[in-house]
Design a protein around this ligand. Structure first.
Ligand SMILES: N[C@@H](CCC(=O)N[C@@H](CS)C(=O)NCC(=O)O)C(=O)O
Length: 214
């Protein structure tokens, strides 16, 4: 399997952690988002959206969208499970994950930054305020839910990592890397520390991937 990704891509990170947790080996092919390789014709032929990750298996069309990839990997390799056994638990985990992957993260991707910089007069200061707003909104919503909902345990749902933790961490790492002040999120921080302690998360960290600045 080939995974087209980028070292600092949050969406690729989510899939990388799932692969690590499940012990699935892939060949990761970097698409340099800073050089605009996502717009090269060869990559647009793989993902017309011009976004990573994309998972390619021999003889099969590419699969895209990190949440769809997580579901696919879960069905192919159910152990260890990254979704709870009960329908209600699965719905909760998918809901927590989508809050980050479907609602917050899309607002801070390079194509949005490029549009705001090139067409709306944004500079670095306004972009940082924008990032702070949308990363912050995503994690504060998670914080409110994780603090009050009974399903929360050592991780977002119970005591084993699920899709929700992969998404939480993809956002937490962005906040850490960009040094964004989003206010206190103690439950998110506690769960992030639990994820940090797992080798599968540590090994997927952006700074350890090919192409990351040393
Ligand atoms: N919803 C998609 C988001 C994919 C996405 O936007 N990926 C970013 C990197 S995290 C990307 O490749 N952006 C390229 C661009 O915006 O030009 C997913 O979860 O896979």
């Amino acid at each position: 399997m080939d995974l087209y990704g980028y070292w600092r891509s949050a969406a690729t990170y989510r899939v990388r952690v799932a692969l690590n947790l499940k012990g699935i080996g892939v060949h990761e092919i970097p698409i340099d988002l800073d050089k605009g390789e996502q717009d090269a014709p060869y990559f647009r032929a793989i993902n017309p959206q011009g976004a990573v990750p994309a998972l390619v298996e021999p003889g099969l069309p590419p699969l895209t969208q990190s949440l769809a990839l997580l579901e696919y990997l879960e069905e192919l390799h159910p152990h260890p499970a990254l979704l709870p056994a009960d329908p209600r638990g699965r719905a909760r985990v998918r809901s927590l994950a989508a809050g980050i992957a479907a609602d917050s993260h899309p607002l801070i991707v390079p194509r949005v930054r490029n549009y705001l910089m090139q067409r709306e007069g944004f500079d670095a200061t306004r972009w940082k305020a924008w990032q702070t707003q949308w990363f912050g909104e995503g994690l504060r919503t998670l914080e409110a839910r994780l603090t009050t909902e009974p399903g929360t345990g050592k991780f977002c749902h119970g005591d084993m990592p699920t899709f929700a933790d992969l998404c939480l961490m993809s956002c937490v790492i962005g906040v850490r890397v960009f040094k964004l002040d989003i206010g206190p999120t103690p439950t998110v921080d506690r769960i992030a520390t639990a994820c940090d302690e797992l080798e599968a998360f540590a090994r997927a960290h952006p700074k350890l991937q090919a192409g990351a600045p040393t």
